[in-house]
Design a binder for this molecule. Structure first.
Ligand code: ADP
Ligand code: 5GP
Length: 204
């Protein structure tokens, strides 16, 4: 168990469900939330920045981190590897700020072993048909890749029961509000607010 004074949020979703869109909005609207920057061996996409979206590393550097136990969890997704850096995350958690991890389901379940009170949020597309439309509309993938992602999506979707909160990304604004409400509700929990409440009480 990694000690942490703040809240840890884990967000997962099948590819194309709108997770990046929702997470970007959440990071822009909710203060005091730190995005966990993963390490990956894949190439940056246009617009992605090293050290902001990911730490982009070579295979050899990733291997070295695996060997030295530098990852809290890591997985291979399609042709690439992704991992949550142990030292980096521990450093962020020690600041007491809330941390959000955008990771897939296998990694999320492994992470929960290290951080059992992580708040697990799963984003679902409204339907399989709409997911296929969004993947095609995004224009990043060939028809063959869309078929692979849809097949993988079903496996990811099957994991939803392991999560604490479910958000169906139908209307983007509505889904954004629901996601934000989850974060705010977790922050308002009695055990999280007790110190502040006691200090208010002490003033009476
Ligand atoms: P993910 O990160 O889950 O793979 P993206 O955030 O890239 O998904 O979203 C996939 C596509 O669907 C993008 O083109 C995005 O603009 C679009 N999208 C996301 N949310 C919605 C929504 N609620 N309604 C319509 N389109 C959406
Ligand atoms: P993408 O290449 O589209 O950025 O990410 C592909 C998938 O890898 C997404 O589902 C994303 O959540 C997941 N992912 C990103 N970083 C990590 C990580 O550090 N660990 C795990 N387990 N999954 C990750």
């Amino acid at each position: 168990m990694i000690p942490h004074p703040g809240n840890v949020f884990v967000v997962s979703a099948p590819s194309g469900a709108g997770k990046s869109t929702l997470v970007h909005r959440l990071m822009a609207t909710v203060p005091d939330l730190v995005f966990s920057i993963s390490f990956t061996t894949r190439q940056p996409r246009p617009g992605e920045v090293d050290g902001r979206d990911y730490f982009f590393v070579e295979d050899a550097a990733f291997d070295a981190m695996v060997r030295s136990g530098g990852f809290l969890e890591w997985v291979q997704v399609y042709a690439h590897r992704y991992g949550t850096g142990r030292a980096w995350l521990e450093q962020q958690l020690a600041t007491g700020r809330d941390v959000l991890l955008d990771i897939e389901t296998t990694g999320a379940l492994n992470l929960r072993r290290a951080i059992p009170d992580a708040q697990m949020i799963f984003i679902l597309p409204p339907s399989a048909g709409i997911l296929a439309q969004r993947l095609r509309g995004r224009g990043k993938d060939s028809e063959e890749q869309v078929a692979i992602r849809l097949d993988h999506a079903r496996h990811e979707m099957e994991q939803f029961e392991a999560y604490d909160y479910l958000v169906v990304n139908d209307d983007l604004d509505a889904a954004s509000h629901r996601l934000e409400a989850i974060v705010q509700a977790v922050r308002a929990r009695r055990e999280r607010m007790a110190a502040q409440a006691r200090s208010i009480l002490a003033g009476f």
